[in-house]
Ligand binder design. Structure first.
Ligand SMILES: [Fe+2]
Ligand SMILES: [Fe+2]
Length: 318
């Protein structure tokens, strides 16, 4: 398999963004000072701190069998074990590639935030985050290349979200897209991966990455909480609805099984029926995936009754 991203190896996104200089060097928020100290002390090296032991995709499955929603689906069960293993790696590659592109989004947006944020202490936090995200991109790209054997292009929904976050002129919306939406969903997905993935390099790196992401989300929610508390109700509702809109667009792309069924020539209605049954048997799946996001929206004051009703109507919180 060719590990190179095709067909577009790079994309330029036109942005119009202010650069804000700050002449205030005193720091008032002790929470952010503490986070900055933790960030500086928590650096790790994706080349030397990760056990890059060989992990054969020709002998091993990427994750435990019980965690794969395809298990119990007749068409999947009918495949011989080597085809099931091959398909599981393809499925794993799709999921990890989407995480990799999300990491690049966080890298690019946090770099913009260094320039845009008016507060020097917040610039410091974002500057350290740029370094963290570069390391996450480095790790996932190497894991995909060396262990999985392929890097898939981003889904349309992920590509759209990255463009939206990069082109957004207001820093509060960039923080919402990056530190609240993308990173809350990533935290939930990484926690799932940590429970079920088997490759030592991935298990080890996810422990480091989870700590970094928790710090980024903490920074975003702490910084936004104060800002959003001062907004008028109309502006607050606008933030909440835009975040919900982006969440719903991205939630669709999290379902890779339509892609798998299409590629395998499996009937889509049968796949959808199986996944519905799987979700009924695993009610904690959606709840865990979106609970972190809902908690963080609540922490910044954006889980409005209208927004909560939308989450409930789509059964996103289980
Ligand atoms: Fe990250
Ligand atoms: Fe992050």
């Amino acid at each position: 398999m060719n590990p190179t991203l095709q067909p577009d190896a790079a994309t330029s996104v036109a942005t119009a963004m202010l650069c804000t200089l700050s002449w205030q060097y005193e720091h008032e928020n002790t929470q952010l000072t503490r986070l900055h100290e933790l960030a500086k002390a928590g650096s790790w090296n994706a080349s030397t701190d990760i056990p890059w032991v060989a992990w054969s995709r020709h002998r091993e499955f990427p994750c435990s069998r019980s965690s794969n929603p395809l298990c119990g689906f007749g068409f999947y069960e009918a495949l011989p074990e080597d085809r099931q293993r091959e398909l599981s790696w393809w499925q794993h590659g799709l999921e990890i590639s989407e995480i990799l592109h999300g990491e690049q989004a966080a890298l690019q947006v946090s770099a913009q935030l260094v320039q845009l944020l008016p507060d020097m202490q917040a610039k410091f936090l974002c500057a350290v985050q740029v370094h963290d995200e570069a390391r996450h991109v480095e790790f996932f790209a190497r894991y995909l290349r060396d262990t999985v054997g392929v890097i898939h292009p981003p889904s349309d929904a992920m590509r759209e979200l990255i463009h939206r976050a990069l082109q957004e002129p207001a820093w509060e919306h960039k923080l919402l897209y990056c530190q609240v939406l993308i990173e809350s969903l990533a935290l939930a997905r990484l926690q799932e991966l940590r429970r079920h993935c088997r490759a030592p390099a991935l298990r080890h790196a996810v422990d480091y990455i989870l700590k970094d992401e928790a710090r980024h989300v903490h920074f975003g929610t702490e910084h936004l909480r104060r800002h959003i508390a001062r907004m008028d109700p109309h502006a607050r509702d606008n933030c909440s609805l835009r975040l919900l809109d982006a969440t719903l667009a991205l939630a669709g792309s999290l379902n890779i099984y339509t892609r798998i069924a299409t590629a395998q020539g499996w009937p889509l209605p049968a796949m959808r029926r199986h996944l519905r049954e799987y979700r009924l048997q695993h009610p904690d799946l959606n709840r865990n995936r979106f609970r972190q996001l809902a908690l963080n929206m609540q922490a910044v004051g954006l889980l409005t009754p209208a927004c909560k009703a939308q989450f409930d109507s789509l059964n996103l919180l289980g």
